[in-house]
Design a protein around this ligand. Structure first.
Ligand code: AMP
Length: 550
């Protein structure tokens, strides 16, 4: 596929807001593509270069894009920044740069999706000294061959922000439509492979039976099963009957793959965190049988007591000086489920999986199995709840012992009982530099929820309280590389991180695209175990609003 065709296709669908029509248009193109093109088309359209769990990353910052554009056009960075201010997006600015370029290049070869893929792979391979320069050169090579409209989408893919409103849901529907397969099967295959490009190719070549035979494989993450809120122990027991009760540990979810002598650990957002928590990987090798995928919660402990959950995330983020961090924050993992043992186990009931879990894991200081009590008595559940809170954890998980493991599903088979109040998980899309002693840091952040269908981000307000100076310093470091544009003190970020935010009240407001605003919003914590796809929807805000008024 020519990249020109891809870019033109993107620009025609940019104006479409009907999700049905978007899926239909995408499906028409999908049908015509070869395997490789189909794979890349699917990912690029969602603004992805690699599946989210893939360790590879382009590692291309905004600075490199500016340099490459400057090299190819002879237009100075300051000028390009003016374009960004005027047009509101670096993609459109790149388009304008190529239209106005001062250097004329010899007729170069036309870009194809294949060439872009190869160059991206090459860029992702580069690391260490001199890699920045080489990456910029490769980018310059792409921009040299690109037409203005191609530059627009090239930049947007690199920044992972296509602005097309084509999210996972639309791609899933498009695959089903293009290859005439049930949407549920596409969804299931996606939950198990976490790679819609791969799912599209399987649907194309092997249709329904191909999708049905997609199986879990070690070292490829599976979407995690999620829980719903329970109002009370009594209600949970009424709902499920006999229940399996475990502590709800206040840590962070991990999925541990141990097969062929190798351990890979994924966070809840399916990022590979193996290198950040090496003591867990080592302990698993010693205490767990090879050939398994386990589900559990990693917690930080000090003097036998759990530390706040933020400490675990601090460990996840850490790329350097890991051993120093290990001395400060020690970890334990509590396994509560098993998805694979020399083959898939997700279609066995929890009580059977639990037996296998107990066989394959032997406990030690670091590796534990979550205690589980099976009961029909709500009072017993309450008792376990109290013990969990006393031990510094969050409450209990109440599970149906007969339930299968359903990847990615937030269902009634797992219920969580907690004491804390309702908060919102929102994407951070912008911010503002502070004043006075805080002028080096961002002092407020703009928040967005999502439209559940189009997955577009809709602003709901700003948060400026609840931060310590330490938080602001750390958050500034985290957000600085994500700046896409700056006007005065205001900046826009590539949406990557999620804040958990408390508030006093939700109000209707025409000021923000969501139609709602938060009164007295307060930062609770950075949820970097959650991805932007998992933030709260405008529908949930609407429900919370309705509950307030009644
Ligand atoms: P929440 O993040 O509030 O939706 O609660 C669900 C999360 O609780 C899971 O994703 C796990 O990270 C965590 N959790 C802690 N203990 C358990 C447990 N025993 N079983 C399942 N999930 C648990």
């Amino acid at each position: 596929m020519l990249f020109r065709d891809f870019a033109e296709f993107c620009s025609t669908i940019e104006k479409i807001s009907s999700t049905l029509e978007l899926a239909a248009r995408v499906s028409v193109v999908m049908k015509k593509l070869s395997d490789d093109d189909l794979y890349n088309f699917t990912l690029f359209l969602m603004g992805r270069v690699f599946p989210t769990w893939d360790e590879r990353d382009l590692g291309v910052g905004i600075g490199m894009i500016y340099e490459a554009l400057e090299d190819v056009s002879g237009i100075k960075k300051e000028r390009i920044e003016d374009y960004v201010r005027e047009l509101g997006d670096l993609g459109l600015a790149a388009e304008k740069v190529l239209k106005n370029k001062k250097i004329s290049t010899l007729a170069s070869e036309e870009l194809t999706i294949k060439r872009i893929r190869e160059t991206f792979n090459e860029i992702a391979e580069l690391s260490g000294e001199g890699s920045r320069k080489k990456k910029t050169l490769l980018l310059t090579g792409l921009f040299t061959s690109a037409s203005p409209i191609e530059a627009r989408y090239l930049v947007r893919i690199i920044l992972k922000e296509m602005r097309l409103g084509v999210g996972e849901g639309i791609i899933r529907d498009a695959i089903a439509r293009a290859f005439n397969v049930p949407v549920e099967l596409v969804e299931r295959a996606y939950m198990v492979t976490n790679d819609l490009g791969k799912v599209a190719v399987i649907a194309k070549n092997n249709g329904k039976s191909g999708l049905e035979s997609v199986k879990i494989e070690p070292h490829i993450p599976v979407k995690m099963m999620l829980a719903q809120n329970a109002e009370s122990a009594k209600e949970a027991v009424e709902e499920i009957g006999e229940v399996a009760v475990e502590w709800k540990f206040d840590g962070s979810r991990i999925q541990v793959h141990y097969a062929n002598g190798k351990v890979t650990i994924y966070s809840r957002r399916l990022e590979n965190v193996t290198n950040a928590i090496p003591e867990i990987a080592e302990a698993v090798k010693k205490n767990v049988e090879d050939g398994v995928i386990l589900d559990g919660e990693v917690i930080a402990v000090k003097d036998g007591k759990p530390m706040p959950f933020q400490q675990v995330l601090r460990r996840f983020r850490r790329k350097h000086d890991i051993s120093k961090m290990m001395e400060k924050i020690s970890l334990q993992v509590y396994f509560f489920d098993i998805l694979y043992k020399d083959g898939e186990l997700i279609n066995l009931p929890l009580k059977e999986r639990r037996k296998i879990l107990e066989k394959v894991v032997s406990e030690n200081e670091i590796v534990k199995i979550a205690d589980q009590v099976v009961t029909k008595d709500p009072e017993k559940v309450e008792e376990i709840f109290k013990a969990s809170i006393d031990a510094g954890h969050e409450g209990v998980m109440i599970k149906d012992p007969n339930s299968l493991y359903i990847p990615g599903r937030r269902g009634k088979h797992w219920l969580k009982l907690k004491t804390v109040m309702e908060t919102l998980d929102l994407a951070v899309v912008g911010g503002e530099w502070g004043e006075g002693k805080r002028s080096k840091w961002f002092s407020s952040f703009e928040l967005a929820c999502k439209d559940p269908i189009t997955e577009k981000l809709l602003r709901v307000g700003k948060v400026a309280t609840g931060f310590t100076d330490e938080d602001l310093e750390e958050l500034t470091e985290l957000f600085k590389p994500l700046i896409i544009r700056q006007i005065g003190k205001r900046v826009d970020f590539v949406p990557k991180y999620v804040f958990e935010v408390a508030y006093q009240e939700i109000q209707k407001s025409p000021k923000y695209e969501s139609g709602f605003a938060l009164r007295f919003p307060r930062f609770v914590r950075l949820r970097d175990d959650k991805s932007v796809e998992e933030i709260d929807t405008v529908d949930r805000i609407d429900q919370l609003f309705a509950r307030q008024v009644t």
